[in-house]
Design a binder for this molecule. Structure first.
Ligand code: TYM
Length: 325
């Protein structure tokens, strides 16, 4: 039987090159080998306040991004999370077997809740359970994500194993797929921190919809570390990050990149990185424009139907095991 993949991204803020290199690029690469489900997780988006019209628009825009990145609706199922109500239902069920202590350990909650549990939304706290439900509904084998989702995957595995132990074999226990390079693309301004959609400083991120001028300026202004050589070196996070972006966008091997920039300085390197990024983004942005709303709905609606057929089977089995039905 073909193995199954599930992954998703939130329709909040703008997607950046970190989301692409850490996740979407691998979604595209893996869709030949696996039966893939790629979800637009709009129920996750409301863990922080959203402007309703903007959220509605961002949800469809994210479908455009998936398609422009190369997710092929003929091979992969693309759908909107809220079109499959089983996600919220299974999340409730799993919240009854999850423990407060395991959620309290989630570092994303600590970051996004800004350390203020008293005022943080309950949804922000229980969000990893919804993510576990997303994955487990599809009897997923593999979940391609960036490094920041690793802890959520561990929770997902723990919940699946606990349920299977207590109620009998019900869920497949998924494995994370975290790429060796690109799993944590860093901010151009603060290379110790990951590039993040919620960063208030837009200069730290290259957004997938940035124009050529903006991209070139951001790369020119990217901070650098001491030392002049253009090399992969974890003790120099700024150059390490920029060179990783270059390497992944041009699909070159590490040694090739290093040899290519031997003897060259930051100026020449940044100019080439800017060029490579613009060359990647130009056709990408052209593709984003190709999909009108009608075309998108013609992909998303059957996508949701296909997803729902599988999700409802898993949920029915869960309810049977629990004595709900
Ligand atoms: P989200 O929307 O924050 O990010 C989407 C994907 O991009 C990856 N990513 C990065 N990769 C490399 N470098 C970075 N700087 C970087 N920033 C983000 C993320 O790891 C992610 O893979 N909780 C998830 C969405 C989700 C999900 C799921 C994912 C909900 N349910 C089920 C997989 C399976 C999130 O907020 O991703």
């Amino acid at each position: 039987m073909t193995k199954r993949i599930f992954s998703g991204a939130q329709p909040t803020g703008q997607l950046h090159i970190g989301n692409y290199l850490g996740a979407l690029k691998n979604w595209v690469a893996l869709q030949d080998e696996y039966e893939a489900f790629y979800c637009i997780v709009n129920l996750h988006a409301i863990t922080l306040p959203q402007e309703p019209a903007a959220l509605r628009k961002a949800t469809l825009d994210l479908a455009r991004i998936y398609l422009a990145a190369g997710v092929d609706p003929e091979r992969s199922t693309i759908f909107i999370q809220s079109d499959v109500p089983e996600h919220a239902e299974l999340a409730w069920t799993l919240s009854c077997i999850a423990r407060m202590g395991e959620l309290e350990r989630m570092t994303q909650f600590k970051d996004k809740g800004k350390g203020n549990a008293e005022r943080a939304g309950v949804g922000l706290f229980t969000y990893p359970i919804l993510m576990a439900a997303d994955i487990l509904l599809y009897q997923t084998d593999l979940v391609p994500v960036g490094q920041d989702q690793k802890q959520h995957l561990e929770l997902t595995r723990d919940l699946a194993e606990r349920f299977n132990r207590d109620y009998g074999e019900t869920f497949r226990v998924p494995e994370p797929y975290i790429p060796q390079a690109g799993a944590s693309i860093k901010s151009l301004q603060e290379p110790e921190r990951k590039m993040s959609k919620s960063d208030e400083n837009a200069a730290g991120s290259i957004f997938l919809l940035d124009d050529a001028d903006t991209v070139t300026k951001k790369i020119k202004r990217a901070v650098t570390d001491s030392g002049t050589t253009i090399e992969f070196d974890e003790t120099r996070p700024a150059i390490n990050n920029l060179l990783t972006i270059y390497r992944l966008l041009t699909n070159k091997r590490e040694e090739e990149c290093v040899a290519h920039f031997a003897g060259k300085g930051y100026g020449a390197f940044k100019a080439e990185l800017a060029e490579a990024t613009v060359e990647f983004l130009r056709p990408f942005q052209e593709r984003v424009k190709q999909y009108d709303d009608e075309t998108l709905l013609a992909i998303l609606k059957p996508g949701a139907e296909k997803a729902r057929a599988i999700a409802s089977e898993t949920l029915a089995n869960v309810y049977l095991k629990l004595g709900i039905k």
